[in-house]
Design a protein around this ligand. Structure first.
Ligand code: ATP
Ligand code: MG
Length: 570
């Protein structure tokens, strides 16, 4: 599948233009892209953008995409991250051609380094990092040559092999490319290509104690795989010159790097380092906390792959950094969820209504559509009786004229059921409403209403004796400010203390329990991430939490029905 098919849009993005030109010129006959995550954390929505660009481009032009783990940094990487990244990419709906690891190229990369050394294009430097920094120059003044720059290729190769053999401690020597200490591009001033790190790697174990830098590993890995278009984000713009230099000097497959703007989303953070901090410090409940912008968090919250792909397609491929409003992601979620969600009635803050003229003990089974957008989902039964719950804020003692919900003397329709009129109510000592008494009209039943009574509002409700207690988790933005990463001081100071509200006893119609029993009979759990999406009528979209099951039903609010947040906070 392709999210950004050219037919759907009037103009092509700049990457599509490049690919079309390369195919037309015969520079390439087919294209191969790659998605190169570093397995040092879980994927987030920014990665989803990169995934959709890489896989989308390959899909559009009949090419393919490799999944390459950029695992050259042993210290922060792990197998847990690798497994979750694979799961997330597949969940988003993409299938890679090959699963590859930069660490599988360590021997090739070592060979490339030796080749540069023999060509007089790399040298071992014994300087301390302070000494190296002191000779680096500034963006406006050239640097100076290291005293070790004139070592012979033989001496360099000997030292480099000793580095590999583990003869030197961490940080005592590095291998540098020999380029130009006066280059206006600071990255070309003899960049580091190998470091000594006596560290255990999650795949290569203790086989290596020298590790290549990102710059040396990335482009060469691309070339080994014959990646045609190596797409990365804008912060790598200045690395392109070095990327090309290595490939040219080593005479490798001419992979080319292209940069687009990173996705930044308002009211959240995207850096894996900061996400890890939120997880480690217990600010959130793991990498899949529904408040995080991680793919696993969004999945647990009830976002769908389609909504995320739609979002990525809508924001397009930009060349300049920008901050995308979270409400666009929410809009995309509503678009999809409206089509697929089962409608259910759940009262979050219940108050009791007694229908005084309802025949004592009578229960009537009403029927209503599971999803009016999808007739194939059929109907469900909803029991109706003389005692119901409605939302506390759907009743007002002294209602203003425009209040179309329930108040003394006013009539409302109960969704899929009858019209009722409020006669009176009781309060406790603190002034809280404890019971509302109403009359119903037997000939006003939805679908066969001959009562002629007008009711302006429609309320959701749940029959008291049939109600199922459920836990509902309501979410708000994780941060109080638009761009927490740009604020002064610690980003943790900007956490929204009210990002999670747990409603422990919401009252739900029994269909929710039936659904949970049915799916647990099939899968053993209703929350395998594919469970039904719900619309709790008049409230929002909800998804069973991973912890939910027939014994305790727990739902995460994916997104409210409408964007009330923007109105309140503008
Ligand atoms: P982070 O800063 O979150 O750790 P990263 O760039 O270090 O991100 P990688 O695992 O190296 O994370 O990223 C894999 C790919 O995803 C890279 O090509 C990277 O450019 C891309 N990517 C990461 N974050 C974003 C983003 N916010 N928007 C678009 N692409 C992104
Ligand atoms: Mg990175």
């Amino acid at each position: 599948m392709s999210d950004i098919s050219p037919e759907e849009r009037t103009s092509k993005n700049f990457l599509e233009e490049i690919v079309e030109k390369d195919l037309a010129d015969g520079r390439h006959t087919t294209i191969l892209t790659r998605f190169p995550p570093e397995p040092n954390g879980y994927l987030h929505i920014g990665h989803a953008k990169s995934i959709s660009v890489n896989f989308g481009l390959a899909d559009t032009y009949g090419g393919a995409t490799n999944l390459r783990f950029d695992d050259t940094n042993p210290i922060t990487e792990s197998v847990e991250y690798v497994e979750n990244i694979k799961r997330d990419v597949q969940w988003l709906g993409y299938q890679w051609k090959e699963e590859l690891y930069a660490s599988d190229y360590f021997e090739n990369l070592f060979g490339f380094a030796v080749q540069l050394i023999r060509d007089g294009l790399a040298y071992v430097d014994d300087s301390t990092s302070e000494e190296i920094a002191a000779l680096k120059g500034t963006p406006t003044s050239p640097g100076s040559n290291s005293p070790y720059r004139s070592r012979t290729p033989e001496e360099n190769e000997d030292l480099f092999r000793k580095m590999r053999a583990g003869e030197f401690p961490d940080g005592s020597r590095i291998l540098r490319a020999k380029i130009d200490m006066a280059s206006p591009n600071m990255l070309m001033r003899d960049p580091v290509i190998y470091r000594i790190k006596h560290a255990h790697h999650h795949r290569t174990g203790d086989a290596w104690c020298i590790y290549p830098t990102y710059d040396f590993a990335h482009g060469q890995s691309d070339a080994i795989e014959k990646i045609t278009h190596s797409i990365c984000t804008l912060e790598f713009l200045s690395h392109r010159e070095l990327y090309d230099w290595f490939i040219e000097k080593l005479g490798l497959f001419p992979s080319k790097q292209y940069e687009f703007a990173r996705l930044n989303l308002s009211y959240t953070i995207m850096s894996k380092r900061k996400l890890l901090q939120l997880v480690n410090e217990g600010v959130v409940d793991g990498w899949d906390d529904p408040r995080l912008p991680t793919i696993s968090g969004l999945r647990r919250r009830g976002y769908t792959p389609l909504a995320i792909r739609d979002f990525c397609a809508r924001i397009g491929v930009a060349k300049r950094d920008n901050l995308i409003d979270m409400s666009l992601l929410e809009f995309c979620a509503r678009e999809d969820l409206n089509k697929i969600s089962l409608r259910r009635m759940v009262v979050l803050d219940p108050v009791k209504v007694v229908i005084t003229n309802w025949p004592e003990g009578k229960v009537e089974m009403l029927e209503s559509e599971n999803n009016p957008e999808d007739p194939a989902t059929g109907n469900r039964d909803i029991p109706f009786g003389g005692e119901l719950y409605i939302e506390r804020d759907d009743f007002m003692e002294d209602a203003p004229k425009k209040f179309f919900r329930l108040s003394p003397g006013n009539s409302v329709r109960l969704k899929s059921a009858y019209i009722i009129t409020c006669d009176d109510f009781s309060k406790d000592e603190d002034g809280n409403i404890t019971e509302i008494r109403c009359t119903y009209y037997p000939d006003s039943r939805s679908g066969s209403d001959t009562s002629g009574i007008k009711a302006k509002g429609t309320l959701h409700w749940v029959s008291v004796p049939h109600a199922v207690e459920v836990e509902v988790r309501q979410y708000d933005r994780l941060f109080r400010v638009m761009d927490p990463a740009a604020e002064e001081g610690d980003f943790l100071d900007y956490i929204n203390p009210e990002s999670l509200t747990v409603i422990e006893k919401a009252m739900a119609e029994p269909a929710l329990l039936h659904d949970a029993r049915e799916s647990s009979a099939v899968t053993g759990s209703i929350s395998d991430g594919t469970g039904p999406h719900y619309q709790f009528m008049r409230k929002g979209y909800y998804f069973p939490d991973v912890s939910s099951g027939p014994d305790k039903l727990v739902y995460n609010q994916t997104v409210a029905l409408r964007d009330t947040w923007a109105k309140v906070n503008k």
